[in-house]
Design a protein around this ligand. Structure first.
Ligand code: AVI
Length: 315
C-alpha cells in the first residue's frame, strides 16, 4: 500500500497540472470525515439516494426481475455503513427472497461494524463479508455460477473520469454472467447553486476532508506540508456536469517528501486537483453503458430528481 501511495504521489506531483488520487482520502480519519459529510445538510446525495431506497424499495425489487424462488447473491461494492441497503435487505427478506448479502469493502473495520449492526437489526439476513479488492473478490465469486445482483451506490462511479468509469463497468461485466444485474447510483446534473455547497459546506468538513490528504502524506510519507498554506477550492460547471476539488497553494513554497526523496515547488495560486465528482444525465450514462456489456433496463429517481439509480442487465 505505502509503495503504491508513494508512486501515485510522486507521479501526481511531477505532472505540470499537479493532482493526487482521491482514493487516498479514505484512511481512518478520512472515513470518519466522510461519514460526517454524508450527514451534512448541504450534502444532498445520500438523502436523495436514501429517498429512492426508502420510498421505492418495491419498485427496485420489481425492476430487478428476480423470481422469488431463484437464489441470488447480493453483492455490494464499497458497502460502508450499508444504511440504504438495509431498506432493500429488509424488504427482500420480508418478501421471502432467497439470497446471501456479500458486503465488499477495503475497510475490515467498516465490514465488522456493518455485520454487527445487521445481526441485531436484520438477524434473518445471511451476511458474508468480503474484505479486499473489488475485482479479486468478483473474480472469485464468478466461479460460483449463481445469479448476481451488484450494488454500486452513492455515485462512487462519479469519482472516475468517464473513460475509467467505462472500463470499470466493462470489467465488472467480465466478472459476471448474462442476466446478472448492476444497480448503479449516479448523482444527476443540477445547478451550481446546489452542487457547490455540497462540496464546500459551511462547517468546513469537506475542506477538512480535502486537507486530510496532505496530512496523510505528512504522516505516512514523512512530508512537511504546512496545511494552513493551502486552501480548499471546489469548482463546478453545470454545462459539463463535472465538480472538481482542489487544494490551492497560498504562497510560493517548497514541500519536502522525505520517503520519496524529493522536494516539490508550489507557486502562489497553483492548484492540486484532488477529486473529480461527475454528475450525470441519461445521455452520459447511455454513452458509458453503450461501451460495456450491459443494457439499461430501468431508472429510478428521487422526488427532487437529484439522483438516479439505474438498473443494468449484463447482456
Ligand atoms: C464518495 N464520493 C461519491 C463522494 C463524492 O461526492 O464525490 C466523495 C466526496 N468528496 C467530497 N465530498 C464527498
Amino acid at each position: 500500500m505505502t509503495e503504491q501511495f508513494k508512486k501515485d504521489v510522486y507521479t501526481g506531483l511531477n505532472t505540470p497540472n499537479k493532482r493526487l488520487p482521491s482514493k487516498y482520502f479514505y484512511d481512518k480519519k478520512g472515513d470518519a470525515l466522510f461519514v460526517e459529510i454524508m450527514n451534512l445538510p448541504e450534502y444532498y446525495l445520500t438523502r436523495a439516494e436514501m429517498d429512492i431506497f426508502e420510498n421505492q424499495t418495491d419498485d427496485i425489487i420489481k425492476a430487478l426481475q428476480i423470481s422469488p424462488d431463484c437464489y441470488f447473491e447480493l453483492i455490494e461494492l464499497g458497502a460502508g455503513d450499508g444504511s440504504k441497503t438495509k431498506k432493500l435487505l429488509q424488504m427482500l427478506h420480508q418478501q421471502g427472497f432467497k439470497f446471501d448479502y456479500f458486503p465488499v469493502d477495503i475497510s475490515q473495520n467498516a465490514l465488522d461494524n456493518l455485520e454487527a449492526d445487521l445481526k441485531t437489526e436484520l438477524p434473518g439476513v445471511s451476511v458474508i463479508k468480503k474484505q479486499g479488492d473489488y475485482f479479486e473478490i468478483l473474480a472469485s465469486l464468478k466461479e460460483i455460477k449463481k445469479l448476481k445482483v451488484i450494488l454500486f451506490l452513492g455515485s462512487n462511479i462519479g469519482n472516475m473520469p468517464d473513460e475509467v468509469a467505462t472500463q470499470f463497468i466493462y470489467d465488472l461485466g467480465s466478472n459476471l454472467h448474462p442476466g446478472d444485474k448492476l444497480l448503479l447510483g449516479a448523482d444527476l446534473i443540477k445547478p451550481a447553486s446546489i452542487v457547490l455547497p455540497a462540496y464546500n459546506d459551511s462547517k468546513g468538513v469537506t475542506a477538512a476532508f480535502n486537507y486530510n490528504l496532505l496530512a496523510r502524506i505528512n504522516r505516512e510519507l514523512e512530508a512537511d506540508f504546512d496545511i494552513t498554506n493551502f486552501r480548499h477550492e471546489p469548482e463546478y460547471t453545470e454545462q459539463d456536469g463535472i465538480a472538481k476539488s482542489f487544494l490551492v497553494s497560498q504562497a510560493d513554497q517548497t514541500v519536502c517528501i522525505k520517503s520519496i526523496g524529493q522536494s516539490f515547488d508550489f507557486k502562489k495560486g497553483e492548484r492540486i486537483e484532488t477529486e473529480v465528482s461527475r454528475k450525470y444525465n441519461d445521455e452520459v450514462i447511455h454513452k458509458i453503458i453503450s461501451e460495456t456489456d450491459f443494457k439499461i433496463s430501468y431508472k429510478l429517481s428521487d422526488g427532487k430528481k437529484y439522483f438516479a439509480n439505474y438498473i443494468l442487465e449484463r447482456t
